[in-house]
Every structure is written in C-alpha cells, then in structure tokens.
Design a protein around this ligand. Structure first.
Ligand code: NAP
Ligand code: ZN
Length: 352
C-alpha cells in the first residue's frame, strides 16, 4: 500500500479539501501511474453534490487522467515504467460478458468499476479518482498516449471526448453530415471539434448568446439560440444527428423537432427524468431518441489516436488544485471555456 494525497469532499455540501488515503499494492495485472493532469467533468460536480443519490463519502473525483507509469505488476505486458498513459471513467469490468467481449466494457453486465465512487471488484473498497497524486489501474483499462498528443490538453478526451465520439461513430457521422450540438460546455465543445474533424456541417444550439463567437472559432458553421423560437422553427427537420449535453432535466421536444427523416437525438447529459416527450414528434420523420454512456477502451484508444493524427485538442483552462472549489462554482454557473484541467503538480504546494 502507498499513501496518496488527494482532494476529497466529505459530504454533499462540503468543499473539496486535502485528504490522505492508501492506494492498493500492485496486483499482477496492475499498472501504477503518477498523475500529471486531471480534467474536471460536470459529473464530478454531480457526484460530489450527490445529485444521483449514490455518492459514498469521502469522495475523490476525477476520471480524465493523464500521467506516466511508475511500476507494473509481473503479468503486465503492454506497459513499462516511464510510458505516457491515460485513464478514463472506468478501471475494471468482468471482461467475460458479451458487452466486454464486444469492447463495450462500460456496458459490462456485472457493472463496470468506475474510476471513483465505485467498488473494487476484489476488496469491495471504494475507488478514489484522479484528483490525487497517483493511481493503480488494471492493465486492460490503461490507455496508451500517442507521442504527438500534448499531455497538457489531452485529459478531457478521456470522458468528454469519448462520450461524444462514441455515438458519432455509432450513427455514422461523417463527411457532410448535418449535426447539431446542444450545450456548449465540456462535452459540447468536444462534439463540435470532433464532428468538424469528421467532416460534418455543425450547428451549435446554445442558451448563451455570448458563446456564438466561440462556437464559430471552435469550427461550428452555424449557431442557434435555443430561445429564439423563429430561428428554431426555421431549422425544423434539418439535422441527421443531434447530441444533447444539457446536464439537467429539460424539454427535448424543441430539439426533436429539428430532426429530419430517420434522424437521431442522442442524450448524454441529463441522468434524470425528462419533461414528457411528445409522441407525435417522434413518429413524424421516423425520428429516434437514444442514450449513450461513455465508450469502451478500444474506442477511447481510437479517439486518442485520431486526435493525435488530426491534432484535435480540447480547449482547456489550467487550474491549480487549490482552486478546485472555485472551478466547481464556475462549472455550476456555466462559466468555463471549455474544460478545467488540474495541473496535478500543484498538489506539491498543498503537501508542503
Ligand atoms: P458542462 O461543461 O457544464 O456543459 C453543459 C452545457 O449545457 C453548458 O455549458 C450549457 O451550454 C448547457 N446548459 C447548462 N445548463 C443548462 C440548462 N439548464 N438548460 C439548457 N442548457 C444548459 O457539462 P459537461 O461536463 O459537458 O457535462 C454535461 C453533462 O453530461 C453532465 O450532466 C454530465 O454528468 C454528463 N456526462 C455524461 C456522460 C455519459 O456517459 N453519458 C459522460 C460525461 C458527462 P450553453 O451555455 O451552450 O447553453
Ligand atoms: Zn466525465
């Protein structure tokens, strides 16, 4: 076991504060990783605030992790000390069931092991995430960081990136696809960059008029304000694929209306009841509404390699760990452009 310094919340309304805990000793198939950068996902805030009624305290969030290998278990074959690596939202699964066999470990029928606020499959201990110095992860859940991907900016690919990439690949977003991205935050801005890189024509649908210039700078071709009823009506039936990243309960009907023939709206943000959906809107145009949960390990590797090749990088605002509570407040107030990333070397100042 190794003592590890991290930042934890001890109850739903407490601030995150320094917290020391033990990381497990290496198992034969484990990789030990020193964490250099960790992204701040809106899910971290949901979990800290117990929005999904499943938080076990203390909680150490963080599932967008970039670092390097410091030790490997004796059966580890794909990584060696010094390798640049990354870890996303899950650190284990059964690796036996049909989804796992199909590289969809996030859908493991026995339940994947989340990077934090999960239960270790061997000991039942609660998992602690990336707002910390180091982490121990089963080899199969460690990603290889391509040399040409700048590690300072790569962390948000591990959750925000894969969560929007996976459904885009599933529904065949490509050259000329008409795509709309609802909500320009961490997930949304990655959806814009990735859809543009895949050759799509991209529209951002936002509640924030002040983000219109940013949306275009990120590569969007068009911007729609969701409260501009005439503009929304004019855009009806125009999209093949809409990704909805709104983080809370909302009305999807105004977005469903925008789907053309056989169009699909993929919901990734609101993990809670939605306002009622109008059946007529679904039936018209043979529209679909779907959900999507992050992505499997193979898909994350594919995304990292794609982003290295096309130099698609998240837009990050670097912060020190001591500023994490301000970052959470700003996330809540829709004031982030477009992902906070914690420079974990700042933990050293806390340790002193
Ligand atoms: P974020 O950075 O806070 O972005 C969310 C964006 O949604 C905001 O920037 C804002 O964009 C818009 N928005 C916020 N509140 C809204 C409201 N009440 N009505 C309409 N629009 C609103 O959050 P994120 O990190 O991208 O995460 C988004 C959601 O996805 C979270 O709920 C998170 O838990 C979830 N998530 C799901 C998965 C998955 O596997 N499905 C994975 C990761 C995260 P505008 O200013 O442009 O309107
Ligand atoms: Zn996340």
């Amino acid at each position: 076991m190794t003592t590890c310094l991290g930042f934890a919340a001890h109850e739903a309304h407490s601030a995150l504060a320094p917290f020391r805990f033990e990381r497990r000793a290496l198992r034969d198939d484990d990789v030990a990783i020193d964490i250099a950068y960790c992204g701040v996902c809106h899910s971290d805030a949901h979990q800290v605030h117990n929005d999904w009624n499943n938080t076990v305290y203390p909680i150490v969030p963080g599932h967008e992790i970039v670092g390097h290998v410091t030790a490997v278990g004796r059966h580890v074959s794909r990584f060696k000390v010094g390798d640049r690596v990354a870890v996303g939202c899950q650190v284990d699964s059964c690796l036996q069931c049909a989804p796992c066999a199909d590289h969809q470990e996030q859908l493991c029928t026995q339940g994947p092991t989340p990077t934090y606020n999960g239960k270790d499959r061997h000991t039942g201990e609660i998992t602690y995430g990336g707002y910390s110095e180091h982490i121990v992860v089963r080899e199969q859940f460690v990603l290889r960081m391509p040399e040409s991907l700048d590690p300072r900016f790569a962390a948000p690919l591990l959750c925000a990136g894969i969560t929007v990439w996976n459904p885009m690949r599933r529904y065949g977003v490509g050259q000329g696809s008409k795509v709309a991205v609802v909500g320009l935050g961490g997930l949304g801005h990655m959806a814009v960059k990735l859809a543009v890189a895949l050759g799509a024509e991209v529209t951002v649908i936002t509640t924030s008029p002040g983000k219109a210039d940013d949306a275009r700078a990120l590569g969007a071709n068009h911007v729609l304000l969701s409260n501009d009823a005439p503009a929304m009506s004019a855009a009806a039936n125009g999209f093949e694929f809409i990704i909805d990243t709104i983080p809370s309960r909302h009305n999807v009907n105004p977005y469903l209306m925008l789907l053309g023939r056989e169009g699909v709206l993929v919901l990734v943000g609101a993990i809670e009841p939605l306002e009622p959906i109008h059946g007529g809107l679904l039936i018209r145009n043979n529209r679909s509404i779907a959900g999507s949960l992050i992505g499997g390990i193979q898909a994350i590797q594919e995304l990292l390699d794609f982003c290295a090749e096309h130099q698609v990088l998240p837009s990050c605002e670097m912060i020190d760990i001591k500023d994490i509570n301000t970052a959470f407040d700003r996330l809540q107030n829709n004031d982030v452009k477009y992902r906070f990333v914690i420079d974990m070397s700042s933990l050293r100042d806390v340790a002193r």
